[in-house]
Design a protein around this ligand. Structure first.
Ligand SMILES: [Zn+2]
Length: 147
């Protein structure tokens, strides 16, 4: 038996799970299984049969190398910024291709001094919260997100 909740009148009722979604006994509205509906909404883009992507509960801060909802890890981005930032590798990792190319040009133009900036930037990224990192660097429409 699966519990269903009618989206129209709110009635909860049980039904055996068949091929077709059952109709609400009160108003006749076709109802999706509660479990199915909820898991699809919560997982978003995650394949429905995949493992849960996060070991941490809602509200808990993920570890530095944990991949966030965007599929990017601020730990990897930060380390790439520290080690290879002068080549714009961290921007390429964050799929900001234009910004990566700008980094290469700036490195050449400043005779390598630019690597100090990307080193600091990498440290800042490492110490950021995952949600701030994604908002600032991943989901932004800016071609050159910076600090
Ligand atoms: Zn109903």
């Amino acid at each position: 038996m699966i519990t269903y909740r009618c989206p129209k009148c709110g009635l909860e009722f049980s039904s055996t799970h068949g091929i077709f979604s059952p109709r609400c006994p009160a108003c006749g509205q076709i109802c999706e299984s509660q479990n199915q509906t909820f898991s699809q909404e919560q997982q978003g883009n995650v394949p429905p049969y995949g493992q849960p992507q996060y070991a941490y509960g809602p509200g808990a801060e993920p570890g530095v190398f944990d991949v966030g909802p965007s599929g990017k890890s601020r730990g990897i981005a930060g380390l790439l910024g520290i080690l290879l930032g002068y080549l714009g590798i961290h921007y390429f990792y964050m799929e900001k291709i234009t910004a990566g190319i700008i980094c290469i040009i700036l490195s050449i133009a400043t005779c390598g001094l630019w690597s100090i900036i990307t080193l600091i930037q990498g440290i800042v990224i490492l110490t950021m919260r995952q949600s701030d990192f994604e908002k600032k660097y991943i989901y932004t429409t800016s071609t050159f997100p910076f600090f």
